[in-house]
Ligand binder design. Structure first.
Ligand SMILES: [Zn+2]
Length: 381
């Protein structure tokens, strides 16, 4: 990790409302002493995208996650499971118990108990551990008009716990087509109901939807881009984080190349994202750069490093770092994705680096949490 981003200055970067939550528990327990060791105030990032459990609902103990895996390196973190459960079909894989969606042909199904599991684990934590987490509701089917009722019920059952909804998924390579039942769509009114309700309550939204089909041809307009923009524009009151900027394992960034049959050049991915950032009808949209697959694209060449760093320096308030780790076993695993970004961190201004790593998280999730608590105070009896 470059020396320049080692954080001795975190305390200076948080606004008053979010400072307490950014500080490790030791610092919260007493008034900060001028002579307090500075390591208490250091952290590398806040994790805007973190799965505690995997596709078979197994994972890391939440207390261990805070104390040992976040430790003094990650100040704050979202925390959610995965709404989809991989079926273990004996007819398909026999004695082999799949734990990942690529390990079986059997379907995935929505496992709503994930929200109760996350809430009850959260409620068992010490207050200083809770202050560092933002639990998210994920256990709903976005193709179901009743999904919004699930979200409301979770808030009513566990007031004081959740900050947002997501990561939930509309289009995802290899996954969407395995989900049992109705196929999710960006044009489904069920999704509009969910985003309307999130806007009303103040829930932050982490939405995964690939921008394109897998293995798309260079030069073609990403197939889901227009639908995505239309959806986002229908919900200007909702704070939406677009997970992975729409990228995936085989959903590559668009290349700025002409196709054989058209003279028109499509804008490169950078231009496409920049057009969204500068569009005033999309000012409520943020971009999460989580997942090692995204990091791979970002650091794939000197040109890509340069372009990505330039984008983050130009619009630092619109991007959030996250790991997208799933049930990590130790801190080294948790930090691996962060370290993949080292060549880019080294090129960011101190201001941009702080916003992307910690500041935007604090601003967005603190605002969401305050609004959700206010909604609960009014609506949960
Ligand atoms: Zn994820």
């Amino acid at each position: 990790m470059p020396e320049g981003i080692k954080l001795g200055v975190l305390a200076l970067t948080c606004v008053a409302a979010s400072c307490a939550a950014l500080m490790p528990s030791a610092a919260l327990a007493r008034k900060p002493q001028p002579s307090a060791p500075t390591h208490e105030l250091r952290c590398l990032f806040n994790d805007s995208h973190f799965h505690l459990t995997n596709y078979v609902q197994q994972g890391t103990d939440m207390g261990k996650y805070v104390d040992e895996i976040m430790g003094d390196k990650v100040c704050r973190s979202t925390v959610f499971g995965i709404p989809l459960q991989q079926t273990w079909s004996y007819g398909n894989s026999g004695d082999f118990a799949p734990t990942y969606y690529l390990q079986s042909d059997a379907p995935l199904y929505y496992y709503s108990f994930t929200d109760a599991y996350i809430a009850s684990a959260y409620l068992k934590l010490r207050p200083d551990q809770r202050r560092r987490l933002d639990p998210m509701i994920t256990g709903f089917n976005p193709a179901d008009m009743y999904a919004v009722d699930h979200i409301r019920r979770v808030l009513e059952t566990y007031p004081g716990v959740f900050t947002g909804i997501g990561e939930f998924t509309i289009h995802k390579e290899f996954v969407s087509s395995k989900v049992a039942g109705e196929i999710a769509s960006l044009t489904d009114p069920a999704l509009d109901r969910i985003l309307d309700f999130a806007g009303e309550v103040g829930l932050a939204v982490i939405l995964h939807s690939d921008i394109d089909m897998p293995f798309a041809k260079a030069g073609a307009e990403p197939v889901f881009l227009q639908q995505m923009k239309d959806l986002l524009r229908r919900h200007p009151q909702t704070m939406i984080i677009w997970a992975h900027i729409g990228l995936g394992r085989v959903v590559h960034p668009v290349q700025g190349q002409a196709t054989a049959d058209t003279a028109e050049r499509n804008p490169a991915y950078r231009d496409l994202v920049e057009a969204m950032i500068t569009d005033p009808t999309l000012s409520h949209v943020y971009f999460d750069i989580s997942w090692d697959e995204v990091a791979k694209y970002a650091v794939s060449s000197p040109g890509s490093i340069e372009n990505t760093a330039a984008m983050l320096n130009k619009y630092p308030e619109r991007f959030l770092f996250g790991t997208d780790n799933v049930a990590p076993k130790d801190q080294a695993t948790q930090l691996r994705v962060f370290n993949m970004w080292d060549p880019i961190w080294a090129k960011l201004t101190p201001e941009a680096s702080l916003k992307v790593r910690t500041g935007n998280y604090a601003r967005i999730f603190d605002a969401a949490s305050a609004r959700v608590r206010a909604w609960e105070a009014k609506n949960v009896k």
